[in-house]
Each structure stands twice: as structure tokens, then as C-alpha cells.
Design a protein. Structure first.
Length: 294
């Protein structure tokens, strides 16, 4: 049998991104945390943890962590059934892209957070990479642009998020742009990406202009600052429709090339657990997304 305390030590080091913080969280010394992980590795005959800064899991560590997360979730379900908590909250970890977090996810989660007395742990990454958070066992479920099923998980369609390519009127005037901007001119104009993993702008350039070479690029990993940067007239960028339409209506922003857009399909992936909370979470997100993500 695997000692649950050893699994908790491994999870603590990953969650807190270090031995010292994990030790404080668990009420142990760093030496005790390290010893428990070493004992677990000896028992399984596998190296589970890469002792880097911050520490990360090996392939075998990812498998063990997925097992622990699922076991921990089901244990909470059982305890809640037989011993309803009095004022005690449980944590729900979800992987999501920044645009979904900024536009619809919190509204969707709001009733569930209140009814289930949840603490939410949101892990933000690009919609093409949230899959990795699920594979590593860091989250119970994730919003992803991939519909590729993960072994042991269920996948549900949420709909399609539309992105519009917008600029400020001052940007258009400064660069003397026409509505029918050419690929030659666009190659010289600065765009804005969320981060290095953000591929929307590249997809837009290739799809509508056949541009596959790099263009001048700013990067700002904040949804609010991303939109503000576009408003200030420093670059063009891809804005999700729920944020784009109000800015178009009030004249703050205009389309770079009218009538063009990108559609990003979104999917909800969640571990296949016989869990009441997992069922409620999936029902809540898919039901809300039907009215918001088209």
C-alpha cells in the first residue's frame, strides 16, 4: 500500500513549487518532505520528481500524481456524503485559457461556487496548452481548443469563440491604412500577442494574407492590458467577440479588415470520475456555454 502522506508530500512540492513552501503547508520540515518523496520513489522503483527550480514531475511522476488527484477527489466526495462539512470548503482546480476566464467562465461557475462552497484554483494557459495541465494531473478539468480525447477523460463541446482583428482609429490613421490593407503593408505593422504560445495572430495572417514570416510583435500576458494596448493605438490584435463588439459599437476600435474573423472551437475535458461534483461542474459549464460561446 502507498502511504497517503508520501503522495501528499509529492503533491505539496508541485503545488507550492518548492520544498520550503510545501513543508510550511504540511507542517513538516523540508527534510521530512524530501524523505517522504524518496521513500515513495524507492517503493515504486521510479524517479518521480525532477529536483529543479521549480520542481517538476517526471513521466512516472505525472502518472502517480493523476492517481493521487483522482483518489483525493473521490475521497472528498465520500466524506461529504457521510460527514457533511461544517464550514469547510474544498478546492477545485480548473485549467482555462485567459480569454474564457475574462469573458464567461466566472459567470458560469458563480452558482456552483456558492451552492457547493468551493474554493476555485484557476490555472491559466493558452487554449492549445491547457491539455497539458490535465495530463499532468494538476486539474480536474480544462477548457481546451483540442478535441483529442485524453485517456481516462471525457470530452464535451462548448461551442466556438469568435475573434475579430481590431485596431484603434489612430493606428489606422498613423499608418495610412485603407480598408483593403495589403499583405505587403501588414508585414510592417506591429501586432500584439498574449504570450509566446499565442498563435491566433499568426493564424490570421496566414489565413487571410498568406503571410508566414514573422512580423513586428508586442507581447502582453494580460487580457485587460491587451485590450488597452490596442485602444492606445500601438498594435493590431485578435479580440474575443464579447469584448470586441462593445468596443466596435462605441467607436473605440475598428476592424483591420472588415468581415474577417477567426473561430476557435472550445472543449471541456474532465476526468471520468463517478463524482457528483464532476457531473454538476460539467453540466454547469456546457449549459452556460451554449448561450455564450457560439
Amino acid at each position: 500500500m502507498i502511504d497517503i502522506r508520501q503522495l501528499q508530500a509529492l503533491a505539496g512540492v508541485i503545488d507550492e513549487q518548492g520544498f520550503d513552501k510545501a513543508a510550511r503547508k504540511l507542517g513538516l520540515t523540508q527534510s521530512a518532505v524530501s524523505q517522504r518523496i524518496k521513500q515513495l520513489e524507492r517503493q515504486l522503483g521510479k524517479i518521480l520528481l525532477i529536483r529543479s527550480t521549480p520542481p517538476s514531475l517526471t513521466h512516472d511522476g505525472i502518472i502517480v500524481m493523476k492517481y493521487f488527484r483522482q483518489m483525493e477527489h473521490l475521497q472528498h466526495e465520500m466524506l461529504n456524503h457521510y460527514q457533511p462539512p461544517t464550514g469547510q470548503r474544498r478546492t477545485l482546480a480548473i485549467g482555462v485559457n485567459a480569454d474564457s476566464l475574462a469573458t464567461w467562465l466566472l459567470d458560469a461557475l458563480d452558482p456552483l461556487i456558492q451552492s457547493e462552497q468551493l474554493l476555485i484554483d484557476i490555472r491559466v494557459d493558452d487554449q492549445d496548452r491547457t491539455h497539458d495541465l490535465l495530463l499532468s494531473g494538476e486539474v480536474l478539468g480544462c477548457v481546451s481548443s483540442s478535441n483529442s480525447p485524453v485517456n481516462g477523460c471525457n470530452c464535451y463541446s462548448l461551442g466556438t469563440m469568435t475573434y475579430l482583428c481590431l485596431i484603434a482609429p489612430a493606428f489606422k490613421q498613423r499608418h495610412q491604412m485603407s480598408d483593403d490593407v495589403s499583405a505587403t503593408q501588414l508585414q510592417t505593422l506591429p501586432c500584439l500577442e498574449f504570450n509566446h504560445e499565442d498563435g491566433l495572430e499568426k493564424r490570421y495572417l496566414e489565413h487571410y494574407f498568406g503571410i508566414t514570416t514573422p512580423v513586428p510583435t508586442h507581447r502582453i500576458p494580460s487580457v485587460e492590458s491587451y485590450l488597452d494596448f490596442i485602444r492606445r493605438g500601438h498594435a493590431w490584435g485578435m479580440i474575443p467577440a464579447p469584448q470586441a463588439y462593445p468596443a466596435l459599437e462605441n467607436g473605440e476600435l475598428i476592424e483591420l479588415k472588415p468581415g474577417t474573423s477567426l473561430q476557435v472551437p472550445l472543449f471541456w475535458h474532465i476526468w471520468d470520475l463517478k463524482s457528483e461534483l464532476a457531473r454538476k461542474l460539467t453540466e454547469t459549464l456546457t449549459r452556460y456555454a451554449r448561450h455564450f460561446v457560439h
